[in-house]
Each structure stands twice: as structure tokens, then as C-alpha cells.
Design a protein. Structure first.
Length: 263
């Protein structure tokens, strides 16, 4: 068997919307289109204008974009409790880099750092909608308490926060009864490559569990995931990823700051 060539080192950076050039936006959309079809480029660019920030992952030798995540920030009050959420709309990585957690780790580390630094008493969450197991798996991997959970229903506050985000981000496409998002867009959905599940993974208990949580994943139905960004809610693995000395990063005047990829 021929050994695969080593993957190039990656550079991870944070950028504000104003720092995204037309070329960078086009590269982001091209990556998105590998996994989703029927997603309009004009709509994607409109979404980018409302970002809090995005996380970019590039080949450190060529500067080519190999992955990105888009993050939105919102604050609210739920039954008298001040709440904030960082919502990840897209987190895309070239397939050859699957198995690398640098993009997600850097993204969530920054959220955890901002939640730790907030002295206002606001309760912070991370949320995203997952259409497949690879996305969902970060919930049980990093957090003790999260939704959806195969065995534990969310408490009243977590459910209310989830439903608020669902309505704000997904409007009538969100179903509070199931916690899912069904876009019902003609022509929109996962590409054939995204729908394909390796035969070797069909017997995986974790994949089978996810398919019970979101049985309509192959129809591009997404399930809204949510977890509190509290140290007490981190799993042992999460505490190793996000130690007490948090990641700190200040964007440069040009709207961009670099960090070393975390693995």
C-alpha cells in the first residue's frame, strides 16, 4: 500500500466580516458547495455581513483555504436570566483534513475564553445545527450536559434558549417539538458525497445513536445542538482542550489575528 503524503501544516486565524476579500469569500463558498447544494452564493454573502467573526484555516505554505467556520453572537433574556449564545452556522473542512480538530478546537476555545472573561453574570452557550454525526459528536465529547442528549431531556432554561435560537435563526423552518430544522427548500440539501456514510461506520454505536436522535438526517434535516459554556459543564476531555489558562486573541486593526493551530 502506498503511503499517503504528509499533510501540510495549517494556520488558523480569526477574521471580522470586513476583512473577508471577494476572493476569500468565493473560496469559502466553494468549500461549502462540496457538501451542500442549492445554497445561493448571494445568500451566503449576505449571511457573512452579520457575523461576529469567522475562523479560517489555511495551508501555511500556500495560503490556500482548507476550512472555515462562521460564528454569530446574540444576547437575550430568558425568564429574567441574561443569556448569550455563539452560534456556528457553518463549519467546513476539506475531507483530507478530517481527523484534525484544530478548526473546531480553536473556535470553541475562543468562545470559552470570552465566556470566562464575562463578569456580567450572563450565561453563555454554544449552539449549532447538526445534519450528521461528525458535527454532533462534539456535544458529548466536550460537554456533560447538552441537548440533544439520547437519555436526558433539556431543563426548562436550556429548552427555552434552544427554542429562542431556533426561531431567531431558522424562523418557521424550526420545529420546537423535535428541535429540528427542516428547510424544505426545493433543490437544497446535502450533496451525494455528504450523504454517503462509510459502510465501516454503519455498525458504530455512536453513529447509530445519532441516527436515532436525528432519523431524517439524510433528508438534510438538521438538529439544533446546544451546551452551556461553563467550566463545570466540561467533560474531562473538554478540560484538557480548554485549560484554565484560556486562549486569548485580539483582532488586529485589519480585522484579523493569527494563532498556532491547536491539535
Amino acid at each position: 500500500m502506498t503511503a499517503r503524503p504528509p499533510l501540510p501544516p495549517l494556520r488558523t486565524s480569526f477574521a471580522e466580516p470586513a476583512a473577508l476579500t471577494p476572493g476569500r469569500r468565493a473560496a469559502m463558498f466553494a468549500l461549502l458547495s462540496v457538501w451542500f447544494e442549492g445554497y445561493g452564493e448571494d445568500y451566503f454573502n449576505e449571511e457573512l455581513e452579520d457575523l461576529d467573526h469567522c475562523v479560517l484555516q489555511e495551508d501555511s505554505e500556500t495560503g490556500d483555504l482548507v476550512g472555515f467556520a462562521t460564528v454569530y453572537r446574540q444576547t437575550m433574556e430568558i425568564d429574567g436570566t441574561p443569556v448569550g449564545a455563539f452560534h456556528t452556522a457553518h463549519c467546513i473542512l476539506e475531507r483530507r483534513f478530517w481527523g484534525s480538530n484544530g478548526l473546531v478546537r480553536a473556535m470553541v476555545a475562543e468562545m470559552v475564553a470570552r465566556a470566562r472573561a464575562d463578569r456580567s453574570g450572563r450565561l453563555w452557550y454554544w449552539s449549532y445545527s447538526a445534519v450528521g454525526y461528525r458535527s454532533y459528536r462534539y456535544m458529548p465529547m466536550l460537554f456533560l450536559r447538552h441537548t440533544p442528549h439520547p437519555d436526558v431531556a433539556p431543563d426548562d432554561l436550556d429548552r427555552a434558549v434552544r427554542d429562542h435560537i431556533g426561531r431567531e435563526c431558522f424562523a418557521h423552518y424550526y420545529d420546537a417539538g423535535t428541535g429540528t430544522v427542516d428547510w424544505q427548500w426545493q433543490g437544497y440539501g446535502l450533496t451525494e458525497e455528504a450523504r454517503a456514510i462509510s459502510e465501516a461506520k454503519l455498525d458504530s454505536p455512536a453513529v447509530a445513536q445519532f441516527r436515532r436522535i436525528n432519523p431524517r438526517w439524510a433528508d438534510s434535516v438538521e438538529i439544533l445542538c446546544l451546551a452551556r459554556l461553563e467550566d463545570a459543564n466540561l467533560t474531562p476531555f473538554g478540560r484538557r482542550w480548554f485549560p484554565d489558562t484560556p486562549l486569548t486573541l485580539t483582532l488586529s486593526p485589519g480585522g484579523r489575528g493569527d494563532i498556532t493551530t491547536l491539535e
